[in-house]
Design a protein around this ligand. Sequence first.
Ligand SMILES: O=P(O)(O)OC[C@H]1O[C@](O)(CO)[C@@H](O)[C@@H]1O
Length: 490
Amino acid sequence: MNDIKFDFNNMMSFNVGGRDGVTEYDLRRLMPRVNKCHRHFRRLSENPASRVRLSLEWLMLPFQDKKTVEEIQRLGDEIGRQYENVLSLGIGGSYLGLKSAQEALCAPYYNEFLQLRQKRSRIYFEGNNLDPTPLAVLLRQLDPKKTFVTVISKSGETTETKAVFDVVEEWLKAGVGAHYGRQIIAITDPKSGTLRKKVLEEQAKDPSNFRSLPLLPGVGGRFSEFNMGLLHLAIVGVDIAEVFSGAQAMARRCSLEDIFKNPAYMYASLHHLAHLRKGKSIAIMMPFSEGLKSTADWYCQLLAESIGKKYPRRIKALGDSGEAWEADTRRPVHAGRTPVATRGTTDLHSIQQNNVEGPNDKAVTMIRIASFADDVTVPADKGFLSQKRFSELLALAQEATAWALTSAKRPNCTITLSQLSPWTWGGLLYFFEMATAFEGELLNVNAFDQPGVESYKNYMYYKLRKPDIPEKIAQEIEKHPVKSDVRFIL
Ligand SMILES: O=P(O)(O)OC[C@H]1O[C@](O)(CO)[C@@H](O)[C@@H]1O
């Protein structure tokens, strides 16, 4: 059985009370807005030009052409079987989806045991931080001749990925010699950016150098796992067609107008109401599965970058029956909910205290797996735990967490995956993508840009004297120096 269920009973007032819970009446009152957003979103998603212009092309990713997917599957398979190690460089949307896929769909301790990884490459994620220690240690240990490098960056400009790639490229060159470029694949924008430029230059020297795969136009980083992440799925031996089949099934459920039939619209509507009417501004993501830890991290980027916006969206109609969006800077709204990634049962012994007794400003999403591929049983004669299966204990812990939250009037909901498989994981990702995009619609913000991330980048570029920094940015930085008074440093 391959199934995904969304249980939101504990978001409702009949379980957590009228002050903190949503009523059916609230949901029905929101329906005209939901229907309007649905029609708007649908109109845009049916228009190919709008999809690309507004970064909605992620909607189509699970429906990609079979031949392309098969080619990627073959290529990844070849790399995974040939190389002892794969260094996967990327950050944000060019990293989190890959990591979450690996944790969810490969055996735990994948890197440690050859048999568990079916004799495929060990995977090392780098380029997602500027901390020098892991990189320095790793490069001292790895044999460049046995290492393949995937560098993933839509822009090709991201400092973390670029700096690490610059180092890794030289390391590979020194260790492998003239043909080092055959051990690199770049996944980047098909036309623009410095990484694409580098690919073209290197391929002109030798066509088997710096192979590359395109990031499809109209796909933003955090919505790109079914594009940027495909090669990685293939390297670690995951069946991409299964992931897509699960995502397609979810896409069909999420295309329905009725929120009582569309789980993503319901998720978005409930959290929208819980936030704006009941003050639940913190989104706690709590999978009861080690395999879904990084999926919770992936969700944090998705929610934070998509919904956390200073300005609402101003829509401009265009001639092709499409539209363009811009920030309406006259009216700051500071929209968004703050995501926090936790995990059951580990964080029941830390963050859960605050969830139950701290400020009642959270909505908790639990994810549970109904059936595990492996199980462990406590031996007999061990008191009250005797002969209990771990899966049983875990399910009970999740039930107990829901009870503890609900009885303390803390709204919570549970997503149940029949099992953790490529099919359910594909469906789960699509569900969250649609729920987040739709929450953006309800809030009327652009869920597909991330202007707030630029300010730290600009400051760094300015200090690093990156060429072509706009004068306006330089002035802005000069105008706002951060004061440092020694009295306030102990
Ligand atoms: O793929 P790129 O261009 O290196 O960007 C990486 C990440 O950086 C951001 O642009 C900002 O953090 C993310 O949205 C994106 O996922």
